[in-house]
Design a protein around this ligand. Structure first.
Ligand code: BG6
Length: 500
C-alpha cells in the first residue's frame, strides 16, 4: 500500500452536488480502506452558511445514498467526520482566503503536519479565476511554504468554454501552480475499463500486431445515455454534448484506443503519445463539419416505459434552445497506423439504452472460401470493449453451427469484469483522488492534450455556428438518435453497433 503524505484537502464548492455525490463518497471509501494517514483535514470552502456539525450531517446523509461502501455506520462516520471542517466563504473576498490561511496553519500545527495541501475546485467554472487568485494572494502555494509542504490543485471540467478560454484558464493556472501540481479531472480516465484499454492492447501479444489499418476496417466509440439533462440545466444548456462529452471523455477514449505504445508506463510518456496521436487527427474544415458531424436534440418520448418531456420542456431550459443533446462525428487519424480508418464517435442523452463502448471492426475477408458453399454474408470480426454497464471485452467470431451441413454463425467470446475478478472496482473518483494524493498524473489530462482536443472541438462549434440553425428536436427520447447520424455512417456502407 502506498504511503500517502498527510494532507489538508480544501474543497471549493463543498456544499454542491459533485462534492456530495462523488468527492466525499470517494474520500470516505479511501479512508475506510486505510489509505489515509492518522492526521488529515478535509475542509469545505463554499458560500452556503453552515457550521462544521451541519456540514458533517449533510455529508453523512450523502454517503448513505452514494457511497460504494454504504450503509455507513454512525460510529465509523464519527471517526471519519472529526477530520471534516467547514468554512463559509466568498470566492471573491480576500478575507475568506485569509481565514483559510489561518485555518490551514492552525490545523498543520495541531496535527503536527507539514502544509501538504490539495485544493479541489468543484465549483462552476465562473469561480475558477477568483479561486486561483485568492489562493495566490493569500500566499497559500508551495513556494510560500519554503520547502515545508506542497500545494496541488484539482480542477473539474468544463475546463474552458472553447480553445481560447481554455488557453487563458491554463495560463492563469500556470502562473500560480506548476504543471506537475495541476490535476485536470476527466473521470472517464479513472474508470477501470478505460485503464484496461491499455492493459488489453499492451499486455497481450495477440492484438497489437493486428491493431492497424491493414486489419481494422473502422472504429466506433459510443457513449449513449438514457438519462436526460436532470438538474443540470444551467450548466448543460451552455455546454451541449459537444463540450460536455466530446471534448473530454470521447477524445480521451479515442486517444487510448489509438496511441502508439509508450516507452514507459508513466504519466509523461503516455501523455506524450496522446499528444502525438491527437496532432494526427485530421482537422475539420467547414465543409468537413457539414459532411462529417451531426448534432441532435431530443423530443418527447418513452424511456423505460415512462413518457418523458422534450429537452426544450425540461425545467430551466429555454424553449428555443438549440443546444445539442447528441453529437456524432467521423474523424480520421492521419498517421502510419491509422491512415484510411474512420473513427466514428457518438454521444447523447435520452437514448434507447445506456452503454459506453469502443467497437473495433476488422476488415471483411479478402476471399470467402464458404461463399461457394452458399454461405454468404459472413459477419466481420469485431472486438467490443464495454466501458459500462457490464464492463468487459467481447470478441465476435464466426463458428460452424453444429450439424451435418456447413453453416457459419456469429458467436461471442466474452470476458466480463465481475465474473472474472469477483471484485467491485473502485469508483473512478476514488482512483483519481488517490492518484492526486500520491502525485501520479498518468490518469489526468495535460495542458497540451487538453488544448489540442479543444482545437478540434472548437472547429466543429465554429462550423456549426456558421451553418443554418438546426431544426430541433430531431430525435425522439428512447430512440437511437437522429437519422442523420445513421446516414453519416450509412454513407460509408456501415451501421452503428446498436446491440445491447
Ligand atoms: C459527465 C457529463 O462528465 O459524464 C454528464 O457532464 C454525463 O453529462 C456523465 O452524464 C457520464 O458519465 P458516466 O460515468 O455516467 O458515463
Amino acid at each position: 500500500m502506498a504511503d500517502l503524505k498527510p494532507s489538508i484537502m480544501v474543497i471549493f464548492g463543498a456544499s454542491g452536488d459533485l462534492a456530495h455525490i462523488k468527492i466525499f463518497p470517494a474520500l470516505y471509501s479511501l479512508w475506510e480502506e486505510g489509505f489515509f494517514p492518522e492526521s488529515f483535514a478535509l475542509v469545505g470552502f463554499a458560500r452556503t452558511k453552515m457550521n462544521d456539525e451541519e456540514f458533517r450531517k449533510s455529508i453523512f446523509s450523502s454517503l448513505n445514498s452514494h457511497c460504494r461502501k454504504r450503509p455507513i455506520q454512525e460510529e465509523d462516520f464519527l471517526k471519519f467526520s472529526k477530520h471534516i471542517y467547514y468554512l463559509p466563504s466568498l470566492y471573491d473576498k480576500v478575507e475568506s482566503y485569509t481565514e483559510l490561511g489561518k485555518f490551514i496553519t492552525s490545523k498543520a500545527n495541531e496535527y503536527k503536519i507539514t502544509k501538504n495541501i490539495v485544493y479541489y475546485l468543484s465549483t462552476p467554472p465562473s469561480v475558477y479565476n477568483d479561486a486561483i487568485e485568492g489562493i495566490k494572494n493569500a500566499d497559500l502555494v508551495s513556494e510560500d511554504f519554503k520547502g515545508e509542504g506542497f500545494s496541488k490543485i484539482v480542477i473539474e471540467k468544463p475546463f474552458g468554454y472553447d480553445y481560447k478560454s481554455a488557453k487563458e484558464l491554463n495560463e492563469h493556472l500556470l502562473s500560480v501552480f506548476k504543471e506537475e501540481d495541476i490535476y485536470r479531472i476527466d473521470h472517464y480516465l479513472g474508470k477501470e475499463t478505460v485503464q484496461n484499454i491499455l492493459a488489453f492492447r499492451f499486455s497481450n501479444a495477440i492484438f497489437e500486431p493486428i491493431w492497424n489499418n491493414k486489419y481494422i476496417d473502422h472504429v466506433q466509440i459510443s457513449a449513449l445515455e438514457s438519462i436526460g439533462v436532470g438538474l443540470r440545466a444551467g450548466y448543460f444548456d451552455e455546454s451541449g454534448t459537444i463540450r460536455d462529452m466530446m471534448q473530454n471523455h470521447m477524445i480521451q477514449l479515442l486517444s487510448l484506443v489509438a496511441i502508439e505504445p509508450p516507452a514507459l508506463f508513466d504519466a509523461d510518456d503516455i501523455r506524450n503519445e496522446k499528444v502525438k496521436l491527437l496532432k494526427s487527427v485530421r482537422p475539420l474544415s467547414l465543409n468537413d463539419v457539414k459532411k462529417y458531424t451531426v448534432r441532435g436534440q431530443y423530443d418527447r418520448g418513452v424511456i423505460d416505459g415512462k413518457q418523458v418531456v422534450s429537452y426544450k420542456e425540461e425545467e430551466g431550459i429555454d424553449a428555443n434552445s438549440i443546444t445539442d443533446t447528441y453529437a456524432a462525428m467521423k474523424l480520421y487519424v492521419d498517421n502510419y497506423r491509422w491512415a484510411g480508418v474512420p473513427f466514428y464517435l457518438r454521444a447523447g442523452k435520452r437514448l434507447k439504452t445506456h452503454k459506453t463502448e469502443i467497437a473495433v471492426y476488422f476488415k471483411k475477408l479478402p476471399y470467402s472460401l464458404f461463399a461457394k458453399a452458399g454461405i454468404e454474408n459472413i459477419k466481420q470480426n469485431s472486438i467490443i470493449i464495454t466501458i459500462q454497464p457490464n464492463e468487459g471485452i467481447s470478441i465476435n467470431i464466426g463458428a460452424k453451427k453444429p450439424g451435418f451441413v456447413m453453416d457459419i454463425e456469429p458467436v461471442c467470446m466474452v470476458f466480463n469484469y465481475k465474473s472474472s475478478f469477483r471484485l467491485s472496482p473502485p469508483d473512478a473518483y476514488e482512483r483519481l483522488i488517490y492518484d492526486v494524493i500520491l502525485g501520479d498524473q498518468t490518469l489526468f489530462a495535460r495542458y497540451d492534450d487538453m488544448l489540442i482536443a479543444w482545437q478540434l472541438i472548437t472547429s466543429v462549434m465554429n462550423g456549426w455556428s456558421k451553418m443554418e440553425p438546426p431544426v430541433f428536436p430531431n430525435y425522439d427520447a428512447g430512440s437511437w438518435g437522429p437519422k442523420e447520424a445513421d446516414e453519416l455512417i450509412g454513407a460509408d456502407g456501415r451501421e452503428w453497433n446498436n446491440a445491447v
